[in-house]
Design a protein around this ligand. Structure first.
Ligand code: IFM
Length: 477
């Protein structure tokens, strides 16, 4: 039985009421998307290819060889999509700008037609009373910059700062919320070490250089944006978004504690320590040195990287259990170095085969507060499930509703425990191009029929709308 249908609003209200306590009326509710995943219009109005356009064309890299050429056709259906967002009652829409649309080829002046599209988007959002939240970089590096070395090359950081300046100069008077990078861990590690995201390179040393240059690019952009906003008197809330999880040891052994230290080091502290404290974590630097790899830090870089942040964006999907030994308990190493092994648990999973671990979100947010003390916003959280369209034409995605409700509860619990969490954005507004998985995995609270481009609110979207309404009307703080 599906628990949340439009005919069963009582149940939806029950779940919503469960999610409300602890969240104040001014809590920020949003939905999020990213340019390459929804826009389509890949070759229109001067946009040039990004690394994802190229990667999608490499046989075997993306399920069924799919790509973002058309995606959700958002570029042409944007006003309709914004109406959908406004009708959900969210106050914020987080979207990314396509670098190759705004600055084709990654160098030179801004492309007026590219800027125009986002100007029209801002107009529509304003008309719908929805606050824009811009992400400058959600993985679509102009291909020309990859050809010149990509993120492992220092120059890319300066190119990013130049593009960020073009974008902020154009929209800074209308947009207060700016995120520089989305999930630099993915750009660096999946793109340059694992090779399962664009540009598909497999070179750990290059990935570590990419980490530093992404952070440097962030810092250079942040400095410019801060300076211009202050000079122009523009309101500004500036941040970066990281994909973060939790690392829990399987046992209380030294090996498992070390495995978690390494995982947390490479996944969380390698980014947050330089961003917030202006230093790279010594233990991670030492681990990298053992692997013959170094961060290419130059004088003054860490000062730039630690330009003050107003908010930390947290993308959360799952926590993980780690061990430092093999399944039969024997110590193990690879090339003489200790390994970190993810341990599978008997937990419910999403269609991505990701374990569902809502309490890990509470732990993560509370831990971030303790370690870094920055206000946070959950800039992405959500789940892919194998949705079906029922005979009544609706999508009764109770699994997604439950996932979202449990994670909203987890945010409320983190706030109750003292974490300054100020918002929650569902990933994603609508089904879209899920990178190497193509269109197979559906994360949307709105269904997209890719044959007709018809949008249909799933039950989870109705639940989200009701939850937001109830929270606004019930201030618990
Ligand atoms: O779709 C992605 C998004 O682009 C970045 N964060 C994770 C999502 C789900 O995999």
């Amino acid at each position: 039985m599906n628990p949340v249908t439009s005919r069963n609003q009582a149940y939806a209200r029950e779940i919503a009421a469960r999610a409300v306590p602890g969240l104040p009326a001014d809590f920020r509710w949003g939905v999020a998307t990213a340019a390459y995943q929804i826009e389509g219009a890949a070759a229109e109005d001067g946009r040039t290819p990004s690394i994802w356009d190229t990667y999608c064309r490499v046989p075997g890299m993306v399920v069924r060889g799919e790509n973002g050429d058309v995606a959700c056709d958002h570029y042409h259906r944007m006003p309709e999509d914004v109406r959908l967002i406004a009708d959900l009652g969210v106050d914020t829409y987080r979207f990314s700008l396509a670098w190759p649309r705004i600055q084709p080829g990654g160098r030179g002046p801004a492309n007026a037609k590219g800027l125009d599209f986002y100007k029209r988007l801002l107009d529509e959002l304003e008309a719908g009373d929805v606050t824009p939240w811009i992400t400058l970089y959600h993985w679509d590096l102009p291909q020309e910059l990859e050809d010149a070395g990509g993120w492992p090359a220092r120059d890319t950081a300066y190119r990013f700062a130049e593009y960020a300046a073009l974008a902020h100069d154009a929209f800074g008077d209308r947009v207060k919320h700016w995120t520089t990078l989305n999930e630099p861990w993915c750009s660096a590690m999946l793109g340059y070490a694992h090779g399962n995201q664009a540009p598909g390179r497999k070179d750990f040393g290059a990935a570590v250089r990419a980490v530093h240059h992404l952070l440097l690019g962030h810092g250079l952009a942040a400095r410019h944006i801060r300076g211009t906003a202050a000079a122009r008197g523009d309101a500004l809330e500036l941040g970066i978004t990281l994909n973060l999880g939790t690392a829990t040891p399987e046992t209380d052994s030294h090996e498992d504690a070390e495995a978690c230290r390494r995982a947390d080091g490479m996944g969380r502290r390698l980014y947050l320590d330089p961003l917030v404290k202006g230093v790279y974590p010594e233990d991670v630097v030492a681990d990298l040195a053992l692997q013959g790899v170094a961060l290419p830090v130059e004088e003054g870089d860490l000062e730039v990287i630690s330009t003050p942040l107003d908010v930390l964006g947290v993308n959360f999907y799952r926590g993980a259990l780690f061990s430092g030994v093999t399944e039969d308990g024997s110590p193990v190493d690879a090339d003489g170095l200790p390994v970190t092994r993810g341990v599978e648990r008997d937990l419910p999973r999403t269609a991505m085969d990701w374990e569902i671990t809502p309490t890990a979100l509470t732990d993560l947010l509370v831990g971030l507060e303790a370690d870094y003390g920055l206000p946070t916003v959950v800039t992405e959280n959500g789940a892919a499930f194998d949705d079906t369209v029922a005979e009544d034409g609706r999508i009764h995605d109770a699994d997604r509703t439950t996932y979202l409700a449990d994670h909203v509860d987890a945010v409320a619990a983190a706030r109750a425990a003292g974490a300054d969490v100020r918002g929650y954005f569902a990933w994603s507004l609508m089904d879209n191009f899920e990178w190497s998985y193509g269109y197979d995995k559906r994360f949307g609270i709105v269904r997209v029929d890719y044959d007709t481009q018809e949008r249909t609110l799933k039950d989870s979207a109705l639940w989200y709308r009701d939850t937001i309404r109830l929270t606004r009307n019930t201030d618990h703080d």
